[in-house]
Design a protein around this ligand. Structure first.
Ligand SMILES: Nc1ncnc2c1ncn2[C@@H]1O[C@H](COP(=O)(O)OP(=O)(O)OP(=O)(O)O)[C@@H](O)[C@H]1O
Length: 253
């Protein structure tokens, strides 16, 4: 189906450690899906296989019917799978708008010469993305002075610059204050509903997961142990056992 992510039996082992072990799931167009699991469950490895950073040992990742595994991150990006990273990847001395313009420039495959001011390039498109992410008033400020929450918004604006149809979000609310978290997830929900973008996100904060995901996939030791609506997942005994048994109850921090 157009815009559908279909993951079938992907695996990745490091020596004897099966980081991801026969994982299958799908994300429908316009769906917001969370991948959760205790530390070391395989979330990052899974994400990296979807984004082209890691090649699966076996299995298949398809997006809109096209094979994704084996492609490098840039090619995956071109297929319409965007990604935000946990580590902020902005240019501190450049303004908020310029950072977004840089992404737009590269997306439109133009040559950004260092000697040329970027101010005229894709300014309107950049402004639109800053509007969408609530950063318009910060457009001229250097990234270095942004609050952490605004930096995360900027990362989102930058990820949207490549016009993804599916956005992979690695802990979108990590490091944010509770009110900022709610704002961020509302923003993401608006993107899903307004632009029809699908979201797949990892998250440690259970309030965010249960409050915002349409569907939750639970990983443990590289395998999917449960998948379903948040309310059903929350009540699953074996999911509770994994968290409680592991001694690292997500959402406790
Ligand atoms: N490059 C690597 N080399 C060796 N082992 C690795 C590597 N990357 C991940 N692993 C192992 O694979 C397993 C899954 O790790 P992964 O980082 O995917 O889990 P995670 O669910 O993202 O954990 P966390 O929530 O702590 O980030 C862990 O046992 C980890 O130690």
């Amino acid at each position: 189906m157009d815009g559908e992510l279909l993951v079938t039996g992907i695996r990745k082992a490091y020596g004897g450690v099966k980081a991801v072990d026969d994982v299958s799931f799908s994300v429908a167009p316009g769906e917001m899906v969370a991948i959760i699991g205790p530390n070391g469950a395989g979330k990052s490895t899974c994400f990296n296989m979807l984004g082209g950073q890691i090649r699966p040992d076996a299995g298949e990742v398809r997006f809109g019917g096209k094979l994704v595994n084996g492609l490098d991150p840039a090619a995956v990006w071109r297929l319409g799978i965007g990604r935000t990273f946990q580590i902020t990847a902005t240019f501190a001395s450049m303004s908020v708008r310029e950072n977004v313009q840089m992404v737009l420039l590269s997306h439109h495959r133009r040559l950004a010469g260092w000697w040329r001011p970027t101010s005229a390039h894709f300014r309107d498109e950049a402004e639109e993305l800053l509007d969408v992410t609530g950063l318009r008033s910060q457009a001229d400020r250097p990234c270095a002075v942004l609050s952490y929450g605004d930096l995360k918004r900027l990362e989102l604006a930058m990820a949207l610059g490549s016009r993804p149809r599916l956005l992979l979000m690695d802990e979108p609310t990590a490091g944010m204050a509770p009110t900022e978290r709610i704002g961020m997830m509302r923003l993401v929900r608006d993107l899903v509903e307004g632009k029809g973008i699908s979201i797949l996100f990892t998250e440690h904060d259970m309030d965010v997961v249960f409050g915002h995901a349409d569907r939750v996939i639970v990983l443990n030791r590289g395998r999917v142990i449960a998948t379903g609506a948040p309310a059903a997942i929350r009540n699953e005994k074996h999911v509770q056992d994994v968290y409680l048994g592991g001694g690292t109850m997500y959402g406790a921090h």
